[in-house]
Design a binder for this molecule. Structure first.
Ligand SMILES: Nc1ncnc2c1ncn2[C@@H]1O[C@H](COP(=O)(O)OP(=O)(O)OP(=O)(O)O)[C@@H](O)[C@H]1O
Ligand SMILES: [Mg+2]
Length: 251
């Protein structure tokens, strides 16, 4: 299964990605974790030691220049990326591998189209990997949808929390993803304390959340200490395992 995790900044995309990756691996599945956030930290949430955390490909200026052959406004729009997965894939454990793409900051000086062509090609190549599950921790917000980077994901999970700002971003993601013909869009509720939280999400999104992740003090603390989040809170782990089973049963 190829899953992209989206949502407003700070709603818990990386946390949900990490526990989902942990739950998939626990079921014996091979998982490729891809961090596509401009300030990536999925590696830490998966428990990789600081010294093993890879440099994001988006920060490898020489490589990006080499592949895009950028010369002023001209560049190779279809840069070669086939060799990059093998070079930059980091093993986390027997079942989990990680690729840190990062993202090119938008705006400011100049167009990032050339560099984005490398990241887009690489992501599309990875999404075609047949034998592995992919969990893609996306950049916050909606901008990346316009770049078409997740067009080949099978499922998009839109993480929301029980507050209006996150629901508004979810609505934008939902409408942009529908334009891309993504077959499966699901609302994932995070940081849930009680039934009132779930009712709020149900009413404002007009749909029942596909999965519900509880608010968890231990996960918050694990993040502060730089510890892996899967295996920290049985309730959160269970929510991730239930979600994996639900997707696998195609419900
Ligand atoms: N269910 C939860 N219970 C308690 N704390 C949580 C929960 N989910 C996420 N958090 C905390 O909220 C903060 C933001 O989470 P996280 O980094 O996963 O969000 P994000 O959507 O990936 O953020 P960004 O947009 O910056 O990438 C972290 O401190 C994390 O530990
Ligand atoms: Mg994140």
């Amino acid at each position: 299964m190829k899953i992209a995790i989206c949502g407003k900044g700070g709603v818990g995309k990386s946390t949900i990605s990490a526990v989902l990756i942990g739950a998939l691996a626990e079921q014996g599945r091979k998982v490729l974790a891809i961090d596509a956030d401009p300030s990536p930290h999925l590696a830490r949430l998966l428990g990789l030691p600081e010294g093993d955390i890879p440099v994001p490909i988006a920060k490898m200026q020489d490589l990006l220049q080499d592949r895009t052959q950028r010369n002023g406004p001209f560049y190779n729009m279809n840069p070669r990326v086939e060799d990059l997965p093998e070079k930059f894939m980091q093993k986390v454990n027997t079942n989990i591998k990680l690729m840190v793409l990062g993202a090119i900051p938008q705006g400011g000086s100049g167009c990032a189209c050339a560099e984005n062509a490398v990241l887009r090609n690489l992501l599309n190549l990875l999404l075609l990997t047949p034998d592995e599950d992919i969990v893609l921790d996306m950049e916050a917000g909606v901008e990346h949808l316009g770049r078409g980077t997740i067009a080949s994901a099978e499922h998009i999970f839109i993480v929301v929390q029980p507050y209006r700002g996150s629901i508004e971003t979810a609505a934008k993601i939902d409408s942009m993803a529908r334009d891309l013909d993504i077959p499966s869009l699901k609302i994932i509720a995070n940081n849930i304390t009680d039934q009132e939280d779930i009712a709020f999400i149900r009413e404002t999104t007009g749909t029942e959340p596909y999965a519900v992740f509880p608010a968890s003090n231990s996960v918050k603390k694990a993040e502060r200490k730089g510890l892996p989040v899967f295996g920290t809170d049985p309730l959160l782990d269970q929510a991730a395992t239930d979600l994996v089973k639900r997707i696998l049963s195609k419900a």
